[in-house]
Structure formats: structure tokens, C-alpha cells
Design a protein around this ligand. Structure first.
Ligand code: KG4
Ligand code: ZN
Length: 346
């Protein structure tokens, strides 16, 4: 008897993402066509605390995950029987949160005998560059800026990446979130600060640009946050325009991110620069990267704004590539909270 033709595991991938405070599932065809992309945000649950509460995140993921996966299949018009492979975020992230997605993904893969692959959340953010306009060109230097990470990668060709710099303390998104909390602007801070900052003068205050001339590709944002703490104390009882503070703070972060990205691009002889991750949704950063790239004759690839913050489409798309390359996750595999020194899951 002839055996059934083996299916391409990357043809129709279900992606699952639960690394932080978004419960997300998506169905992606051929690593590119997004058939559905469902994100259930917990932002409102964490807002009263001014940041993500890990235990609460795990509980909310557990409540939402089955419904979110069902929605992703329904919106894609696909049945679980048609899915050819599963991609799930394995790390880095909050362990209890990751375990919820990983547990469901493993159970589905086991029950349906589906190919499954574990995904590095940081690599998934960069994978969103496949949807950039204009198309990504290589070699590229890519900036990954999120709530948990600020990293620079040298990407000689799609699918290869070398970590060349990262924050030695707070991530850029973390700085946005902490400064927003300091000024009572709520969580998540990035969106609130950039909304207020849009109406402010970015030159009003000369906040520090930490490590801008350090000669390497690392970042530091803890000192900038402390400068804002001192500013607030020094201006107690005095009037100031919060719009100007937000714009000036945002400008300081953007100046450092752009300067380091351009320095790395020059050093590595890149033809293009790219940006992905939650903070890459920031309009000022996108505009300034655009200006700086143009001035240097570099191509610019930005992840689409709606795919900058956490989602499972980026996980499914990267999963498709990896499943096709033969990568698999063992059903005994664990969630990984932190990346190793090379940026991998170890
Ligand atoms: O990638 P992401 O959704 O989650 C992590 O992997 O961390 O990034 C979330 C971060 C938060 O710190 C949030 O404040 C920031 O991205 N963010 C922004 C903007 N939108 C989200 N930061 C600056 N400007 C924005 N428009
Ligand atoms: Zn993320």
C-alpha cells in the first residue's frame, strides 16, 4: 500500500504567543499570508498596577487561550485538521505566562500528531520585517526595541542573526513605561508618552543621551529614567508643560536608538537598517530612522505598526520557516525565561 504523501509542515501554521501580557494566536499560510491574527490584550488588567503582574498574566492567559485559538482558526476559515504545524513562543518571557501557551501547543501537537517548533520571541519580532515595505534587503542592521529588550543585530541574510549590542540595564520600552508611571500617565507608557509628546517641543529639555558616544552598540536607559525622576523633584510646585517633557524624553531615547543603529550599520557595511518590536511602533522613531537612513543612502525596513507589538502572526511565520528547515520541539521541552549571551534560547 502506498503511504500517504507527507504534508509540508510549514504550509498552514498555527502560531501561539503568551510571553507577556497579550494572549495571541494566528494562522499563517506559507510563512507570509496572514489568514488570522487574534490578540487578546490584558492591558486593562495590569493598568491599575502600572506594569505587568506575572501571576495575573498567567491566570488571564489560561482563561483566554482556548478561545483565542478558536477565534484564530474560525477567522482563518480553517479547521484544526487542516493545520500542518504549530509554532509556539518558548521564550524569553514570563515563565508562568509562557507555560500556558507552551502547554496548549504541546497538547494540540500530541493529540493531532502535528509538527511543532519552539520560537524565540525576539527572533519572531524580527521576523515581522518580512512584511516591511519596501522589502527587506540584506545585509541589514536591525534594531529590536520592546518592553523587555533593546538589541541590535547584524543580519547578513534572512534567517541569520548576530547580536552585536544590547541594553546593559532597562529596555527602551521599560523606560517609556517607568517614566509614564512616574508622571501618572498610566500603562503602557509608550503610547501615552508619544501621544502627549506629539504636541510638545522635543528641544524644551536637554535630557541625557546615555552611552551615545560609548563606541560600542550597547544601550543604557536607567540613567535617563533617573534624570526624569530628578526633573520631577526639582519642578515640584512649579508649572511645566507635560507635553514638552514627554517630547524631550522621547527625543532623547530616539536619538540614542538612531545613533547606535546608524553606527552599527556603518561598521558592518549594511545596505539596510530595520526596526521591530513594540517601541518600533513609535512615530518619532520611525520618522527619525527614515531621515537618518536616507541621509546615508541606506534602505529602511520597518515592521508594520500593527505587527510591532506582541502578536502570533510573527510567531507562525517564523515557525513556518523553521518547520520547513526541519526544526522541531520535543514534547519534554521547557519554557525559557531569558536568552543566553548570544541571544539564543540555549
Ligand atoms: O514588543 P512588545 O509588545 O512586548 C515585549 O516584547 O516587551 O513591546 C511593548 C513595549 C511597551 O514597553 C510599550 O510601552 C512600548 O512597547 N510601546 C511603545 C509604543 N507602543 C508600544 N513605545 C513607544 N512608542 C509607542 N508608540
Ligand atoms: Zn515582544
Amino acid at each position: 500500500m502506498a503511504s500517504a504523501p507527507s504534508r509540508d509542515p510549514g504550509a498552514l501554521v498555527l502560531g501561539i504567543e503568551t510571553s507577556c501580557d497579550e494572549t495571541a494566536a494566528a494562522v499563517v499560510a506559507d510563512g507570509h499570508e496572514i489568514l488570522s491574527n487574534v490578540v487578546s490584550s490584558q492591558v486593562a488588567d495590569h493598568a491599575p498596577f502600572g506594569g505587568v503582574v506575572p501571576e495575573l498574566a498567567s491566570r488571564r492567559h489560561l482563561e483566554a487561550i482556548v478561545w483565542v485559538v478558536q477565534q484564530a482558526l474560525e477567522q482563518a476559515g480553517k479547521d484544526l485538521n487542516e493545520i500542518t504545524g504549530i509554532a509556539v513562543t518558548q521564550g524569553p518571557g514570563l515563565i508562568g505566562a509562557l507555560l500556558v501557551g507552551l502547554g496548549l501547543a504541546k497538547a494540540l501537537a500530541w493529540a493531532r500528531a502535528l509538527a511543532i517548533v519552539g520560537i524565540n520571541h525576539l527572533e519572531a519580532h524580527l521576523a515581522a520585517l518580512r512584511w516591511a515595505e519596501p522589502r527587506a534587503v540584506y545585509p541589514m542592521v536591525a534594531l529590536l526595541v520592546s518592553g523587555g529588550h533593546t538589541c541590535l543585530y547584524y543580519i547578513p541574510a534572512q534567517g541569520q542573526m548576530e547580536l552585536v549590542g544590547q541594553s546593559v540595564d532597562d529596555a527602551a520600552g521599560e523606560a517609556f513605561d517607568k517614566v509614564a508611571k512616574l508622571f501618572g500617565l498610566g500603562y503602557p507608557g509608550g503610547v501615552r508618552i508619544s501621544r502627549l509628546g506629539a504636541g510638545g517641543n522635543p528641544q524644551a529639555y536637554d535630557f541625557p543621551r546615555p552611552m551615545i558616544s560609548s563606541g560600542d552598540y550597547n544601550f543604557s536607559f536607567a540613567g535617563l529614567k533617573s534624570a526624569l525622576v530628578r526633573f520631577r523633584e526639582a519642578h515640584k510646585g512649579q508649572p511645566y508643560r507635560l507635553e514638552d517633557v514627554c517630547a524631550s524624553f522621547e527625543q532623547a531615547v530616539v536619538d540614542v536608538l538612531v545613533a547606535k543603529t546608524m553606527a552599527a550599520a556603518q561598521h558592518f557595511g549594511a545596505k539596510a537598517v530595520g526596526a521591530a518590536g513594540g517601541v518600533a511602533a513609535n512615530a518619532r522613531l520611525r520618522a527619525e530612522l527614515g531621515r537618518a537612513a536616507k541621509a546615508r543612502g541606506l534602505s529602511l525596513s520597518l515592521a508594520p505598526v500593527e505587527l510591532c507589538t506582541d502578536n502570533a502572526a510573527m510567531v507562525a511565520a517564523l515557525g513556518s520557516d523553521k518547520l520547513r528547515a526541519g526544526e522541531r520541539l520535543g514534547l519534554e521541552a521547557e519554557a525559557v525565561s531569558r536568552v543566553d549571551s548570544s541571544g539564543g534560547l540555549g
